[in-house]
Design a protein around this ligand. Structure first.
Ligand code: 13P
Ligand code: SF4
Length: 326
């Protein structure tokens, strides 16, 4: 494992502006005035999800960012997601309510160390998860998300050796599903690595009617307990179509808001972290707040900026992904 990158400048909460009660209306007014669109990941706090124009997984949000004609994209998610929106849409202003909303997985793959690792496998095609910085995307041949990773790897020529970065858990799962051996970069997500196996077993015992559904970033011992494995949007669609009346959900609990809203008759149970800690909530995603969302629409800061040559190099493997995704 590698040391995490130093944190970016955090945005403090508001010391002026609308009261918490007035924030949704003030955000709606500014969104119109700025000709802005608000994109939110499923891991955002419920109040942000409720005000967003689009809620989705990484793939859906990048597609939406590529298609929008809004002047301003406010990305309520983490840095790599907003950066991907900027790579796809350089002429638009892309805002992230809190610039310190990073990603432990992206930070587990520093560009210089990755370049040395990649040099050891010159014949390998580099497939990188979208949870990476632009500097890693620029060193990659193809980007994937957890929604399309298996399908994209299956589309590659059978004799082509593959290097997969940065998530070892997702990589192991993609290998199993696609039957393609891959060299794996040893990165992981602090949230999905901390779910407690003992807590899942206890929940299964207390709720024998519940199905276990898991994000592929979870550790192998947890994925072995899952009845269904998929990206955030697949977990949502599976819980709609599956017959089970209850679900033990092995991913960040922000997704439970959409699950409960869409299926009020079903039960959704979150899983605590090891030792019962509440580290199942992504500390980066949770840096964004309604107050910071209002302020970034008001000030048009903080912005995502990228050097043009880096943007162009990072764009190539993202465009390949969008062209290959069905
Ligand atoms: P999804 O692509 O499934 O939304 O996952 C993104 C993510 O960061 C999971 O931790
Ligand atoms: Fe990154 Fe993990 Fe947070 Fe997803 S849950 S954004 S992979 S730190």
């Amino acid at each position: 494992m590698f040391a995490a990158a130093p944190p970016l400048e955090a945005q403090p909460e508001l010391d002026h502006g609308p009261s918490p009660r007035d924030l949704p209306a003030a955000i709606a007014e500014l969104r119109q005035r700025r000709r802005a669109t608000i994109l939110a990941h499923y891991y955002q706090e419920p109040k942000i999800q409720d005000i967003a124009d689009c809620i989705g997984d990484s793939l859906e949000l990048s597609r939406r960012a590529a298609e929008t004609d809004a002047d301003v994209i406010v990305f309520c998610g983490v840095h790599f997601m907003a950066e991907t929106a900027k790579i796809l849409n350089p002429s638009r202003l892309v805002l992230l309510p809190d610039l310190e909303a990073g990603c432990s997985l992206a930070e587990s793959c520093p560009p210089e160390a990755f370049a040395k690792f990649r040099d050891q496998y010159p014949d390998h095609l580099v497939v990188s998860y979208i949870n990476t910085s632009a500097a890693i995307k620029a060193q990659s041949d193809l980007i994937c998300t957890s929604s399309n990773a298996v399908d994209l790897v299956r589309q590659l020529p059978p004799t082509q050796p593959i290097l997969f970065a940065p998530d070892r858990n997702l990589g192991r799962w993609v290998q199993q599903k696609s039957g393609r051996p891959m060299v794996l970069w040893p990165g992981s997500c602090i949230v999905h690595e901390t779910f407690s196996e003992a807590a899942v077993l206890a929940l299964k015992q207390a709720h024998p009617e519940a199905a276990v559904i898991a994000h592929p970033e979870c550790r192998e011992n947890l994925l072995d307990l899952a009845d269904f494995i998929g990206s955030t949007s697949r977990l949502l669609s599976h819980s709609r179509s599956a017959a089970a009346p209850a679900f033990i959900v092995l991913t960040e609990p922000g997704i439970l808001h959409q699950m409960r809203r869409a299926m009020p008759d079903k039960t959704f149970l979150e899983v605590p972290g090891l030792d019962g800690c509440n580290c199942n909530a992504c500390p980066h995603m949770r840096r964004n707040s309604l107050a910071k969302l209002w302020r970034c629409l008001e000030t048009l800061e903080p912005r995502i900026e990228l050097a043009e040559d880096l943007r162009q190099r990072a764009l190539v493997p993202i465009q390949r992904m969008l062209a290959m995704s069905r």
